[in-house]
Design a protein around this ligand. Structure first.
Ligand SMILES: Cc1ncc(C[n+]2csc(CCOP(=O)(O)OP(=O)(O)O)c2C)c(N)n1
Ligand SMILES: [Mg+2]
Length: 422
């Protein structure tokens, strides 16, 4: 009798699959009490040239600097001066105001699409503060803080969002998919995951040329399930590439929770262990911890001590984009109950505890940021908003793709122009 005969296997268990489900759905009361949150200052800080395995215990804990008492503590305290702290705070506040105004602009029909990074502001702004301005970032759509922190004009960002006459990308990209080489900000690609191998490739090229600039690649928790994540990790490990690979674990990928990308089985930082590279898991709502981790990984990469995978643990406080309504898949008060708090409030409280800030100064600074964002918006809207764009120069949509326009596109352009672009 063949061993494929089903009668021989009748006592075997029925095979089954596990489909991860988030702990809380709409209507439930979120309870984060089982979440293990190590105390600030508890994580050891290995030397930047330490062998990768020395960092591996840090892939299951959490690097935290700002304590419950709003003080900075432990070996990861980057000991920043008050001006640097105030600059990071200001950048975070600007990003939040910018996000709110552009979200509203989308609701007013001035553009088709917008994505906020609410609750995640510390990650890009503190990372930018920790690295020289000529290092290269390969960001996703949630690192607008890099541009803000590096002083990219807000008007330019808005011109891109409105695809208006000032948009130097000439409407080629979806709103918010910025690109600016001078600010070390690689063109955002809507194809998730591409940023990781591209950052590794750029950093390899930098090393091959004998340059001293490093790259930082960015990815979301959901996109780590893409093959690109793993190809990038393999190359980074094999060639000891001078790169920082950052996973922003905001626990959601549109309506899929992080378990669908593997987050139930291991932390995202733990993937560094299998590849044999350094890994850190960091409180993404603690600007000082973000700064310290990125500085550590940047110094490590720059001294040829190897790549680092950093997981920034955070929470996506609002919808995925203007096209999303999270009340359909998670409790509405989850962001408020998230125990790692609000990154803006935490840094503000720290500066106040240091005697370097107060409520009046905070209100004045917020008002200044608000005026700057409003002024930029006014300026940008003089150059047009999205619904007004495109019809006047329809032939230009064939430009900038090929050095020489192929005959079939030339033919289509002629046709579009002769039909008046309708
Ligand atoms: C290759 C690819 N697959 C799917 C999508 C559609 N998509 C856009 S954003 C998104 C969720 C990504 O979630 P995550 O990586 O966690 O980043 P987050 O939005 O949370 O910052 C998906 C599935 C895409 N843009 N590209
Ligand atoms: Mg996510």
């Amino acid at each position: 009798m063949s061993d494929r005969d089903p009668s021989l296997r009748r006592n075997a268990p029925k095979l089954a699959l596990h489909v991860p489900e988030p702990a809380f759905r709409p209507g439930d009361t979120p309870d984060f009490s089982s979440l293990k949150i190590p105390a600030a200052g508890a994580a050891p800080r290995p030397d930047i040239s330490a062998p990768a395995p020395e960092t591996h215990p840090l892939t299951t804990s959490l690097v935290r600097v700002l304590g419950e008492d709003d003080r900075a503590t432990g070996p990861w305290d980057p000991k920043l001066d008050a001006d640097t702290l105030r600059k990071i705070l200001r950048d975070m506040v600007t990003v939040r105001i910018f996000d709110d105004r552009m979200y509203r602009a989308q609701r007013q029909g001035k553009t088709s699409f917008y994505m906020k990074c609410t609750g995640e502001e510390a990650i890009a702004t503190a990372a930018a503060a920790a690295m020289p301005a000529d290092d290269m970032h390969f960001p996703t759509y949630r690192q607008q803080g890099l541009l803000v922190a590096r002083g990219y004009p807000l008007t330019e960002m808005m011109n891109q969002i409105y695809s208006n006459r000032g948009d130097k990308l000439r409407g080629r990209q979806l709103p918010i998919m910025y690109s600016d080489k001078r600010h070390g900000f690689f063109s955002i690609s809507g194809n998730l995951g591409t940023q990781f191998p591209q950052a590794v490739g750029w950093a390899m090229a930098s090393a091959i040329k004998g340059d001293s600039r490093i790259a930082m690649g960015w990815i979301g928790d959901g996109a780590t399930a893409e093959g690109d994540f793993h190809s990038a990790m393999t190359f980074a490990a094999v060639y000891n590439v001078p790169v920082i690979l950052a996973t922003v674990n905001n626990q959601w990928a549109i309506s899929s929770f992080s378990g669908i990308a593997g987050g139930e089985r291991a932390t995202f930082a733990q993937r560094a262990v299998g590849y044999g590279i350094a890994g850190l898991r960091v409180d993404g709502n603690d600007a000082l911890a973000v700064y310290a981790a990125v500085k550590w990984a940047s110094d490590r990469a720059r001294t040829n001590s190897g790549p680092t995978l950093i997981e920034f643990f955070t929470y996506r406080a609002e919808g995925h984009s203007t096209s999303d309504d999270p009340s359909g898949y998670r409790p509405t008060n989850e962001a408020k109950l998230w125990p790692l708090g609000d990154p803006v409030e935490r840094l503000k409280a720290h500066l106040i505890a240091l005697g370097e800030w107060d409520e009046d100064r905070h209100s004045a600074m917020t008002a200044e940021c608000d005026s700057a964002v409003r002024a930029a918006q006014k300026e940008s809207e003089k150059l047009g908003i999205l619904p007004e764009q495109g019809k006047d120069d329809i032939g230009s949509m064939f430009d900038d793709v090929y050095a020489e326009v192929p005959w079939h596109l030339a033919e289509q352009r002629e046709q579009a122009l002769s039909e008046g672009g309708e």
